[in-house]
Ligand binder design. Structure first.
Ligand code: SF4
Ligand code: SF4
Length: 419
């Protein structure tokens, strides 16, 4: 029975920390308004606290006298397979793991990781949406959810190097920095590859790509599958160790950054290699003068705004660097959306949601909040440092027929380099 598998996983994962968090919830409901899926639908089942209800019920029924009493006297029903199907829907399709809800909880409950624990139970019970599971399987089998095999990687990199006439070093032992792209960039935004290479070369960085560690996206993390999450991270870490690099740069992908930089340390022994995000590196280059940008290069094309990615800005704190850059590139036309920075709302496509076709109506409905924010600021260009957000924005621009330009931060920097 799926429900028994889920319960067993919850019991295994419920140590003192998880138990204390579950006990601390006062059911005040304040987290609901923080969630873009709840805000855009008004559906109480999309409230963050409801997304962890399955975990809470399992905890209460298994570990507390009150819970045992309730089950014995039929005051509470045991978790059923129908419940599993319901929570699979709300926790995979109506949650991007953005963790904004944690910021408003007066009890300091870290809801995002608890929802991730629910996903772990659902993963063990094989209650994962089919589209998401297919992408996970593809990453396991060929190394990439978007079909970036060794040969595809070679030919894409060769093509980018030729097309943009740019050096793309591959498998260089002794390089300082390993740069790992996401397959979204490789397959959908190849100009990002060229842009990042151009910037690194201009900064005089001793960098390399790796065929073995070519994919930074981690669909095992989206699924809540610890075994595969580790396996996918290991591909990057072992490539980094073999090449002897001192630093790994995650390019424009937010969840991959969270997984590789923070989650990895909770799952496995990680090598002592610095991990940073391209947004942080760009900020460092500009601050230190390793690259110079044309001031005002983006002014004169209408208002430009910046979308903060949950895992890069809220989680990763790379809040100031994009603003420093945009204040150089567009001092007259950069304007902030509201809310912004760590309080920004998610694009609605993260956490694997964009990979699940069935979730499209929820994803589009939630994006309307973003449309409202961008329109209020009157922006014609929306910049961001996450290619998953960029994919969501690009898709929604088409879906809603919006007249915005969607741009990656690295691309804007590369286009404005003083050579
Ligand atoms: S993590 Fe984000 S998407 Fe998920 S429940 Fe919390 S606010 Fe909503
Ligand atoms: S805001 Fe915190 S305490 Fe209130 S319902 Fe949500 S998780 Fe529980």
């Amino acid at each position: 029975m799926k429900s028994q598998t889920v319960i067993n996983t919850f019991v295994e994962k419920t140590g003192a920390y998880v138990a204390a968090q579950l006990e601390a919830c006062t059911r005040c409901g304040m987290c609901a308004e923080a969630c873009h899926f709840y805000q855009s639908s008004g559906n109480p089942e999309f409230a963050p606290v409801w997304k962890i209800e399955l975990l809470r019920r399992a905890y209460e029924q298994r570990f507390t006298p009150v819970g045992k009493f309730k089950v014995a006297f039929k005051l509470d029903k045991p978790v059923t397979d129908e419940d599993i199907a319901h929570w699979s829907f709300i926790d995979y399709q109506a949650c991007t793991m953005c963790n904004k809800c944690s910021m408003v909880c007066p009890m300091g409950i870290n809801l995002g990781p608890l929802i991730h624990t629910v996903r772990e139970g659902l993963s063990d019970a094989q209650a994962v949406p089919a589209d998401l599971k297919a992408a996970v399987n593809k990453q396991e089998e060929i190394g990439s959810p978007l079909g970036v095999t060794d040969d595809v990687f070679d030919s894409r990199i060769e093509w980018v190097a030729d097309e943009w006439e740019i050096e793309m070093p591959m498998d260089v032992k002794g390089a300082d920095t390993l740069v790992v792209f996401s397959s979204i960039e490789i397959m959908k935004f190849p100009n990002n590859l060229a842009a990042i290479a151009k910037i690194l070369n201009a900064a005089g960085e001793k960098w390399t790509l790796s065929k073995k560690g070519r994919e930074v996206v981690n669909f095992g993390f989206y699924e809540g599958n610890d075994k595969l999450t580790k396996e996918f991270m290991n591909r990057v870490f072992s490539a980094a160790k073999e090449l002897g690099v001192k630093k790994i740069v995650v390019t424009e992908c937010g969840h991959a950054y969270d997984a590789l930089r923070w989650t990895s340390a909770n799952l496995m022994d990680v090598p002592e290699i610095e991990i940073t995000h391209i947004a942080g590196l760009l900020g460092e280059y500009v601050k230190s003068g390793r690259i110079k940008l044309k001031p005002g290069a983006l002014d004169g094309n209408g208002t430009i705004t910046f979308h903060d990615a949950c895992k890069i800005q809220r989680r990763g704190s790379h809040i100031q660097e994009p603003r420093d850059i945009l204040n150089i590139l567009a001092p007259k036309s950069f304007r902030e959306m509201t809310p912004n920075k760590e309080e920004s709302i998610c694009c609605s496509g993260g956490g694997g949601v964009i990979a699940i076709k069935e979730a499209d109506p929820i994803r589009y409905a939630s994006f309307e909040l973003k449309i409202d924010q961008v329109n209020k600021v009157g922006a014609k260009t929306v910049a961001m440092a996450c290619s998953n957000c960029r994919l969501q924005f690009t898709d929604c621009v088409q879906h809603f027929n919006l007249d915005w330009k969607v741009a990656g931060l690295s691309q804007l920097v590369a286009d404005a380099l003083v050579e």
